[in-house]
Write a protein that binds this ligand. Sequence first.
Ligand SMILES: CC(C)(COP(=O)(O)OP(=O)(O)OC[C@H]1O[C@@H](n2cnc3c(N)ncnc32)[C@H](O)[C@@H]1OP(=O)(O)O)[C@@H](O)C(=O)NCCC(=O)NCCS
Length: 403
Amino acid sequence: MRDAYIVQAVRTPGCRRGKGAFAQTRPEDLLVTALQGLMERAKVDKKVVEDVMVGCAFPEAEQGLNVGRIAALMAGFPIDTCGATVNRFCSSGLEAIAIQAMRIQAGWADVAIGGGLESMSIVPMGGNMPRPHPYWAKQKPDVYISMGITAENVANRYKITRQQQDEFGYHSQMKAAEAQKNKMFDEIVPTKAVKYVPQPDGTLKKEEFIQDFDDGVRPDTTLEGLAKLKPAFAAFGSVTAGNSSQTTDGAAAALIMSEEACRKYGVKPLVKIVAYTVAGVEPDEMGVGPAYAIPKLLKMTGKDMKDIGLFEINEAFASQAIYCAQQLGIADPKEWTVDSKTRRINVNGGAIALGHPLGCTGAKLAAQLVNMMVKKGVKYGVESMCIGGGMGAAALFELVEKW
Ligand SMILES: CC(C)(COP(=O)(O)OP(=O)(O)OC[C@H]1O[C@@H](n2cnc3c(N)ncnc32)[C@H](O)[C@@H]1OP(=O)(O)O)[C@@H](O)C(=O)NCCC(=O)NCCS
C-alpha cells in the first residue's frame, strides 16, 4: 500500500450562525474561498487535482446538488477535476479526507482534495424538511433525538456536573482567546463575505468584506457568567449555550497527494495520513464516540495514548468531551487547561469557542491539527469526534520530518 500525505490544509474562519459574519454568504462561496486558498498556498496547479470530495451534514438547498462538484468548478478547477459530497454528520469533512487518502493509498488517484462545508445559517441543523421514518421513529426514537439531549444523557449517566462542564467551556474560551491574541490560526484563509444592508428607500445594498477571524470567541467569559446561563435543552438540565459547541458557518479543505505526486510537483508534505476508523455506540449517548474510536485507532496502528503529542477532540458538548477524556486517561487538568504549558487536548480551544460547522468540522480540525503539529514539531496527532446517530471517528496523522 502507498502512503497518502496532506501537503496543505486550510479553513475559512468559523462564524456564528445567524449572528456572525457569514450569515448571509452562500455556502458554495465559503467553499470556493477554501479551495482557492488551498491551491494558492500549496502552489500546485489546479489541473492536476483529480477529485474534490466535500463533507456536508445537511447537503441540501444551497449546499445540495453535489456541492463538491459545483464549488470545484466555481473555484476554477477544470472540467476534468471531479467532485463529490459525502455525509457522516460531524465527521463528514474527515471522512472526505480519509476517502481521498484511501484512493491514493490504493493507487486509484495521485492528487485529490478532501474538505468540508456547512452553513448552519442557511441550512438549519436537521435540514429544511426532516422526515423520520414513522415506524423506526417509534422503534428507535434515539436516532432522531436532539444532540443536546444526548449530551444531557451523558452528563446524567456518567455524573459529569454542571460545574465541570462550565469549567471546560471556560477553558475552551480562554485557550481560543489566547490563540487569537498570539495569532496561532495560520490555517485561516481570509474569506470574502457579503451582507445585505437595508437602505432608506427600502432596498438592500450588497456589501462585501473580508473576514479573517473566528467570531464566536468570547474572551470576557467568566465562570460566574457561565453559571448563570439557563439549560438549553432540558428544563432541569446542565447543558447550556456556554458549554455546548456553537452552531457555525465555515468551510475547510486539505490537498492530499501520493509520494510520487509530491516528488513530481516538488511539494514537501506536512503529515502522513496514517489511519482512520469509526466506532458505533448507542445513539442516545452519541457523545461517547471518541472514547471508543480513539482506542480502536491506537490498536490498529500499534500506538499508545502517550505517543500522541496533540489531540483535536471535537467539543460537541463539554459533558461528552469530559467523559471521553476521563475514559481515555487524559482528563487531568494539565492535559487541557489554558494555564497548562503541557496541554495536549484542543490546545487552541475547541468548538465551544471556535464553533462546530457540522460537515466542515472534520476538515477544519484537520487543518488546525496539522498547523499545530508543524508549528510545534509534534510527531503524532489524533483527531476525533462524536457523531449523531451514535458513532465516533478518529484519525492518526504523522509529521513528515525528513523529506
Ligand atoms: C446551545 C445552543 C442551543 C445555544 O444557541 P444560541 O442561543 O443561538 O447560542 P448563542 O451562542 O447565541 O448564545 C446565547 C446566549 O448565551 C449567552 N452565552 C453564550 N456563551 C456565553 C459565554 N461563554 N459566557 C457568557 N454568556 C454566554 C449569551 O447571552 C448569548 O447571547 P448573545 O450572543 O446575544 O450574547 C446552540 O449553540 C446549540 O444547539 N449547540 C449545539 C449544536 C449541536 O447540537 N451540534 C451538533 C453536535 S453533535
